[in-house]
Design a protein around this ligand. Structure first.
Ligand code: NAD
Length: 289
């Protein structure tokens, strides 16, 4: 019933290349409704995180959907206050409990600072124990990647980073391609940036294909081999964002969108000094446990 293609990760698992992100969707019933709508409309991949405080509603929407567990891909992410080995093991079990699942499809190191090696070891063990199917990282720049990943026993399957037509991560993608690591885009729609949505090239292509600008952006990213999970709480957009599998951009059009890359810093610079402290002080993911 869904027409979403899968990508094969470097550990052999098949991930739906398109999903639904729930960053900043409140856990006051809004996440439950949005995920329920997305599943009804054919989405089969949900991207949440401990730090989004909405794993419980994601889990409930999945359970109530009646869709068999093995037909839905669920990603969550460990927050950096839990990276010490024993804390990391507990954090994985707590995510499973909140989601109400026996296993999580993909678990990520959300922010690459501090005891990343200990968190990674706990995740490798949870993968062996069948609690997690695939493991990966997030927000790793080339500099951070080169600092941590050469010491890992297991190559990450994905690196989830900011990606949109203005910010195409060309240097990072070269490094990741060598190890067959798949890029997952956060902010695939530039978090709704007016500038991006007004871009003349994207508007011209939207007219040509009878699509909207969001669909052109997401189609470009899909053809680049990038996994996307745009967020929206509006049913009409949840529906339209997914409607990108009935047309194809030509290779010249792909090249012209590639040329929109600004080769600059993103909206969040993981390499900036003080980011670790800023993030640690920003929230306590166990405040309500
Ligand atoms: P996004 O690029 O998906 O943008 C979402 C915003 O774009 C919406 O709030 C809405 O304002 C707008 N929008 C959605 N559909 C639209 C449409 N069709 N037309 C016009 N505007 C539209 O940004 P995001 O939510 O930050 O990123 C997607 C997902 O990535 C998140 O929900 C989350 O799961 C993940 N994420 C991960 C990290 C990380 O650190 N790993 C950081 C941010 C987001």
């Amino acid at each position: 019933m869904t027409n979403i293609p899968t990508f094969k990760l470097n550990d052999g698992t098949e991930i739906p290349s398109f999903g639904f992100g729930v960053f900043q969707i409140p856990a006051d019933g809004t996440t439950y409704k949005a995920v329920s709508d997305a599943l009804k409309l054919g989405y089969r991949h949900i991207d949440t995180a401990v730090a989004y405080f909405n794993e419980q509603e994601v889990g409930k929407a999945i359970k109530d959907s009646g869709i068999p567990r093995d037909q839905i891909w669920v990603t969550s992410k460990m927050w950096l206050q839990d990276y010490a080995y024993e804390d990391a093991k507990k954090a994985i079990d707590l995510s499973l409990k909140k989601l109400g699942l026996d296993y999580i499809d993909l678990y990520l190191i959300h922010q690459p600072y501090g005891k990343v090696d200990e968190a990674w070891k706990a995740m490798e063990e949870a993968k062996k124990a069948g609690k997690i199917r695939s493991i990966g990282v997030s927000n790793m720049t080339p500099k951070i990647w080169n600092e941590f990943v050469p010491k890992f026993a297991t190559m990450p399957s994905v690196n989830q980073v900011q990606f949109d037509p203005y910010f195409q991560q060309k240097e990072l993608r070269q490094i990741m391609a060598k190890a067959h690591v798949t890029l997952e885009a956060w902010g695939p729609l530039g978090q709704g940036s007016k500038e991006l949505f007004s871009e003349p090239l994207l508007n011209d292509l939207a007219k040509k294909y009878g699509k909207d600008v969001g669909q052109i952006i997401l189609r470009f990213e899909h053809q680049e081999g990038v996994i996307v999970f745009p967020k929206s709480v509006h049913e009409a957009r949840i529906k339209s964002n997914k409607d990108i599998f009935d047309f194809e951009l030509t290779s010249d059009e792909m090249d012209s969108i590639r040329a929109l890359d600004r080769n600059g810093k993103g909206m969040h610079d993981p390499d900036a000094p003080g980011v670790e402290d800023m993030l640690l002080n920003a929230l306590d993911v166990h405040a309500n446990d």
